[in-house]
Design a protein around this ligand. Sequence first.
Ligand code: AOF
Ligand code: ZN
Length: 347
Amino acid sequence: MCESKYFQIAVAVAKRGTDTWTNPQVGAAIVKDQRVLAVGYHHQFGQRHAEIDALAQLDDISQAQGATMYVTLEPCSHYGKTPPCAKRLAEVGIAEVIIGQLDPNPIVSGKGVAILKAHGIKVKVLGDSQGLNVAYNYFYQHGRPLVTLKYAMSLDGKINGAEKKRTLLTQTAAQQDVQKLRRHQQVILVGEHTLSIDNPRLTVRTSSMVFPPIRAALVHHIDQVDPKSHLFDESAPTWFFSEMAATRPLPKNVQVFVKPRWTPAAVVQHLASEGIQSLLVEGGSHLQAAFIAAGLVDNVVVYISPMMLGGAGLPAAIGQSLTSQTQFETPTISVLGPDIRLQTRKV
Ligand code: AOF
Ligand code: ZN
């Protein structure tokens, strides 16, 4: 009972880390004589780990002697951007470590626990991630990013009301929800058509981030992208997947990856090789269909606007007929202002 109370404190503080980029969100609580002496979390990619942050909050490091640490992820064993936490816990005399989940990252996986045990520290692994680090865990389990498909559509399943012009389908509450969704993604991808018609910013505007999602677009030829596109505005790192190399100078935070043919599988594989754990596909209808057809969509978030757009031949949410069915779970549905939000994941 008490154990779970202290563990829940570690889980709650882990969620304060909103700029951990590809590192996991991790929280820790140091407990002695049924008192929480300190809590800590991983604040930002490259900065100290949760365990070290918690130790730093103690009035005196000698308080760690004989204490129990509750930590949401296995303490690390490697010399990375910081020295190994497991060794530090042994040095300061932590007597017991209660761990939420083992670290799926092969540089740590099990080795952190082994170090703790080798130093005579009592270790308990709860095997419970509490929903933290879903994409991080997915990436190490499947070797590719977790893919979420997001689109807004009308009641008649259309994503655009006119040719070559952006149609605003959803209202403020749904738009704010999209900002929340983007904040937790490492890459946001659009296709060529969406890029030219919508000229999206693909940025997170509701909070400032040190590591914002990378904006990405799949294009035929990077040279043909309008130089006035928002993706060239240098507000976030930007990647293009192009079939041809650029022959004109580009802003310095723009990178172009060239391949004669970029399929969804090739894009996802490339992102995996870059260590990207989560991808949000934000349209348009052909890209969405291609990702579903390739079996690469894990989650779907759809915003439904209560209007019929009509317009024969206008783009449907899924822009090509699929040759097979994909089954998704019973969705979670909420109402945001006048719009509906539907979220589901692949069975
Ligand atoms: C974190 N924060 O609180 C813990 C982590 O790049 P580095 O050196 O910071 O190491 C990142 C790895 O360290 C990460 O993938 C995970 O395996 C381990 N634990 N990482 O960023 C933390 N405890
Ligand atoms: Zn560590």
